[in-house]
Design a protein around this ligand. Structure first.
Ligand code: MN
Length: 290
């Protein structure tokens, strides 16, 4: 099989706050564009950061999304959310929340109350996945993917495991349902282990280093909190862990439709974007208390 090589490794940019609860480095679009990263339109990474205890939880108040999906992956800390469809809950460490905003949703995201009271180390990813045009006006949906629902594939020789969130690894499928082909894994590699991954060459493929470091194809080192984007030149790459490591791996088939994006709305045309603002202003995304 042909080797997929690394296009570039990106170090974390200066962080910024989303609300007062998420201190994030932006990697997508980052130094790239939504078109190049298609179907991924945004990736914010809250690298490990210690929050002081606080009675009133930090976070982001009521805000809209339309035309795509938000995927929240919790590594440390807990997030409580509620949305205008009446859904809500807590994302615990190891859990993933896969929210389909589709035709429009309002939600709020805060540190969970008890966790906020104690404070502590917080580490989280929020990934935005674009929706194909025909699904942008669909019903909002929400998948609560608790850690015990993840498909866990053990590597040989106690090399660790691949936690499959979406798509498949070695023929084993993860629990998330998606609207276009997406593979999303947490690879938990033990020191000295090597794992091989294979995705179609044309897919947009990248890794984010959550814990420790890895070597890609025994050629390129990716350090903690760094992001590596692959070329579309081949299918297969290997990750070798010089120390215990956790790696978020994402690969998706480009949707290849025009993108018209502004803030929390991602549509196909400027007219649809204007319509999205009108719909939001007219209260068509429902209602949610502050
Ligand atoms: Mn949001």
């Amino acid at each position: 099989m042909s080797i997929k090589t690394v296009s570039r490794v990106t170090s974390p940019r200066a962080p910024h706050f989303v609300g007062d609860g998420f201190r994030v480095h932006n990697f997508i679009p980052g130094t790239s564009t939504m078109q190049e990263m298609d179907p991924f339109i945004m990736l914010d990474y809250n690298s490990k950061y210690s929050f002081e205890p606080r009675e009133i939880p930090r976070g982001v108040g009521v805000h809209p999304h339309k035309g795509f999906e938000t995927v929240t992956i919790a590594y440390k800390g807990k997030v409580e959310h509620a949305d205008s469809t009446g859904s809500g809950g807590v994302i615990h460490e190891g859990d993933v929340q896969w929210m389909t905003a589709a035709r429009g949703i309002l939600h709020k995201e805060f540190h969970e109350k008890e966790w906020s009271r104690k404070g502590g180390e917080f580490q989280m990813v929020q990934l935005w996945v674009n929706l194909p045009a025909r699904h942008k006006s669909g019903e909002p949906k929400y998948q609560n993917l608790s850690n015990d629902r993840m498909t866990k594939v053990s590597l040989p020789d106690n090399g660790g495991e691949i936690e499959v969130i979406a798509g498949e690894f070695n023929g084993q499928r993860g629990p998330a349902s998606t609207f276009s082909p997406i593979h999303l894994f947490n690879a938990k590699l033990k020191k000295g282990a090597t794992a091989e991954f294979s995705f179609p060459a044309e897919y947009t493929t990248a890794i984010l280093m959550i814990e420790g470091s890895v070597r890609i194809n025994d050629a390129v080192t990716v350090s903690q909190d760094h992001f590596a984007l692959f070329n579309r030149d081949g299918a297969t790459f290997s990750l070798t862990a010089p120390e215990d490591a956790t790696v978020l791996i994402l690969s998706g088939q480009p949707i290849k439709e025009p993108i018209a994006a502004h803030g929390p709305f991602v549509m196909n045309t400027r007219e649809e974007l204007i319509q999205a603002f009108d719909d939001f202003n007219q209260g068509k995304f429902g209602h949610l208390e502050d």
